[in-house]
Design a protein around this ligand. Structure first.
Ligand code: CMX
Length: 136
């Protein structure tokens, strides 16, 4: 499997609005998109640094994965996402090497990417996402 770069870092926040001044006024990044991902029960805000993005994740429901994470661990880094040419091929390979899949097949994530999550129990406690840009 070839991972090309870190596609994004997901950061769990209670409120995107409350965190925007830090990212924009202190770090000097520009939020270029705010998008709700209904099936994940999150609102997302994206910033770009070179090839890599920062994705702020605000829960839109008390039963969302991100709300559970904040309740248990507090705000902070939630997941790392790697870019690869084929998420389907990568899933087959990592599963054969003993990694537990959260998503058995690629599905649509934010920004129209094909994505899949790997379970943190089998990835050194780091929730890991694989991403493929269908337009590349
Ligand atoms: N990073 C590392 N570990 C995590 C974690 C995270 N983000 N979220 C949960 N865990 C850990 C828990 O602490 C727990 O560990 P312990 O058993 O040692 O306490 C373990 O994983 C299982 O947690 P759980 O509470 O039993 O299970 P959850 O119901 O919280 O589910 C997970 C955890 C990872 C399977 C679930 O959050 C998931 O399916 N995530 C993938 C989807 C997702 O995160 N979507 C939001 C982002 C969407 C987007 O980027 O657009």
């Amino acid at each position: 499997m070839e991972l090309t770069h870190i596609e994004h870092l997901g950061i769990a926040v209670k409120s995107i609005e409350a965190q925007l001044p830090y990212y924009e006024n202190v770090l000097g990044l520009k939020c270029y998109s705010i998008e709700e991902v209904a099936d994940q029960k999150v609102k997302t805000a994206f910033f770009k640094i070179g090839q890599t993005k920062i994705e702020l994740l605000e829960p839109t429901s008390e039963d969302s994965a991100v709300a559970k994470f904040i309740e248990k661990k507090g705000e902070g880094i939630h997941h790392i996402a790697f870019a690869t040419a084929s998420v389907a091929d990568a899933l087959t390979e990592v599963e054969s090497k003993g990694v537990q899949l959260i998503d058995k097949a690629p599905r649509k994530g934010a920004e129209g990417l094909n994505i899949a999550f790997l379970h943190p129990k089998t990835t050194g406690s780091v929730l890991t996402e694989l991403c493929e840009d269908p337009n590349k």
